[in-house]
Write a new protein. Sequence first.
Length: 312
Amino acid sequence: MKIVCMLTFMLVSAGIAGAQAPGVPVYAEGRGSRPNAVLMEQAKKLQGESALLSLTKVTEQSKQTTCSLNLPAADTQPLAPRERWQRARMSHIRVGAFFLCSKCERWHLDLAGGYAITADGAVATCAHVIAPPPNLKEGWLVAVTEDDVLLPVTEVLACNNGTDCAIIRVKSDKPLTPLPLGFDVSPGDPVWCFSDPSGKRGYFSEGIVSRFVKRPFMRKKEAEKLPEGAEMPTPVWLETTTDWAPGSSGSAVIDQFGNCVGHVSEIQSVLEDPLPVRKKGVNSTASQQRGTLIIFHQAIAAGEIKALVRKP
């Protein structure tokens, strides 16, 4: 009986350890895990071959405000949950900077999100994702597939800092899996997001559309750099209850058909007012830690990416 019980336990444990379906990745985390080490080597190799786009050129090319692309038509057939996850995952392209830090003199690979919008290499993301990091000494813009293949970025096709939208082109030996853009979405509709919040790879979350808002993305100091007479851009934001965090920027928010209805741009936390706490024997007051009342997850609506594209 003990032998039977032990065998049963071992079989159940083995089943739990391999519970994922075929093709489902298991991401390595924890001490000793260096997920960026292989990517850093790929980046160094491509940089040595002069195959990467410098962040100096990225800044110059970001002045281009429109591009000519053939975008796929929106899908109308609902996807099964696994198919929805698979499409979100395969279209997800990490975008970011491979750069030498001016503070620590070390090389960094700082990646956020993006998503393919054409099979031949057009990738959409946030304008702030492709902006040079503040501690840049020298660096290059790169992209990475979900299969950990580093792709050279060849050019910035279009960018609008005022709506936090950018389209870049990457060089890939294989066709990308593009997401169609979707514009038929309403509060109450379910949406999903595949991203890497706080560096946690491959996090797929579900929520609903809460509301649409129109407000500026630019802050006052950024708006002061606009040409004289130019109007402050006021993009349409899509707020959801879907989870994301720093590192998710630029990742697609998709609907039940697998269309991209927006991409992650901001998070706004509303904190409760602190209550003064008087300490014994001290003629002053300290504030207790403030709790979070609500977190707004804000995406730039897909229409703002569409505004960067003109028909060939």
